[in-house]
Design a protein around this ligand. Structure first.
Ligand SMILES: [Zn+2]
Length: 373
């Protein structure tokens, strides 16, 4: 509710724009403005908006494939570095993952073929048109055609968690165990990301360097999360939130300001906070959300501005495995524990880690591997 705006809904899937999205428009206006003045800046903005139509279609490709397998799609979020279709869960069968991952780039391949045919029929130069930064049909058309090809090729790079990397993982998972397949795909992805990063730094392409860094970090995080899940499953964990959560936590009230929340944060005990009134759960504020809201609305805004739209509370009976997968998916380190609308406390990644370490029979050498991952 605070970190993104809803644009429209397609087949029950909300398409949202992240608050950082306008950055890419500013970036495009500046980049093309340098080359073509005011009309170049305008070209930059319009072409990037159209580019994100392509990105949305790509994400809808993934989403429709997921829906086909009965996997609900929560939303599509458009970020400056691209789009993200958030599936309720990942397909477990390798064949399904392969299809869901391939469906996104397939949309761009089909669009590129259709647009290529149109370009050929109308005699539009594909690469030549890019030199021209005026707002003409031809310039925009060749720009979009080129970007369709780039989007397809880029996403097909075997760099987990890009689509190509996911396809690779799915193919490997036909032969290997899920976790092993992920490890191989992530390692290949890290090498690709490093090569991409080096190339980007060498050529001064900052945006590309950021994307390479993102691929490296995201792949590493997903591998770590999957390894944890594997460990927990193997250790026979059917453990629930009630065994781990802490009932004593700092709670914010609905009329608290972001400044008060930041002051609580600075005291250092807690970085994420449930919001409640008279014990009734209202929402959850993550550290990330708090800092972002404070930047955007200033410290005097009410805490509502920072409440996460994505965090779902867990109950006492929720399996720790589900807790960890929600944490990994949302990249949060704590979740509120709520039962019948009443806030009971909070569960953190740290507590789960400590709980597992305290459980006898957990091999210590495994732990070291997790830390390195
Ligand atoms: Zn994709």
């Amino acid at each position: 509710m605070n970190s993104s705006w809803k644009l429209l809904t397609v087949r029950g899937i909300a398409i949202r724009i992240h608050i950082t999205f306008p950055l890419i428009l500013v970036f495009a206006a500046m980049t093309y403005g340098q080359m073509g003045g005011a009309s170049g800046a305008l070209f930059g903005i319009v072409s990037v908006l159209l580019l994100f139509v392509l990105v949305t279609l790509h994400e809808l490709g993934h989403s429709f494939a997921a829906l086909h397998y009965g996997i609900p799609v929560r939303q599509i979020v458009l970020l400056p570095i691209g789009g993200l279709a958030q599936l309720e869960r990942m397909p477990e069968k390798p064949q399904q993952e392969l299809v869901v991952a391939a469906a996104g780039p397939a949309v761009n391949v089909v669009l590129a073929m259709v647009m290529g045919l149109v370009a050929w029929l109308l005699n539009i130069p594909v690469l030549g048109g890019i030199q021209d930064f005026s707002l003409t049909f031809r310039a925009l058309f060749s720009f979009l055609l080129l970007y369709n090809i780039i989007l397809a090729l880029f996403n097909l790079l075997p760099a987990f968690p890009l689509d190509g990397g996911r396809m690779l993982r799915a193919l490997l998972a036909l032969r290997l165990k899920h976790e092993q397949a992920t490890a191989v795909a992530v390692n290949i992805g890290r090498v690709v990301a490093m090569l991409m990063g080096l190339w980007a730094i060498w050529n001064g392409a900052i945006f590309m360097a950021l994307i390479a860094l993102f691929i490296f970090v995201a792949g590493t995080q997903e591998l770590a999360a999957i390894r944890w899940q594997g460990r927990m499953r193997r250790s026979g964990y059917g453990h629930m939130v009630r065994e781990v959560f802490s009932p004593v936590v700092g709670v914010l009230g609905p009329y608290d300001s972001l400044r008060q929340a930041l002051a609580e944060r600075m005291r250092g005990w807690q970085s994420d906070f449930p919001v409640a009134e008279d014990g009734h759960y209202i929402g959850f504020v993550t550290e990330d959300g708090l800092l972002r809201a404070a930047n955007l609305y200033g410290p005097d805004a009410l805490i509502y501005a920072a409440i996460s739209s994505e965090v779902r509370p867990v109950s006492l009976q929720t399996d720790l495995l589900d807790v960890i997968s929600q944490m990994a998916r949302l990249r949060v380190w704590a979740l509120p524990v709520v039962e019948y609308g009443r806030l009971l406390g909070m569960i953190t990644y740290r507590q789960i880690q400590e709980f597992i370490h305290a459980t006898p029979g957990f091999p210590p050498e495994d732990t070291r591997r997790i830390v390195r991952a």
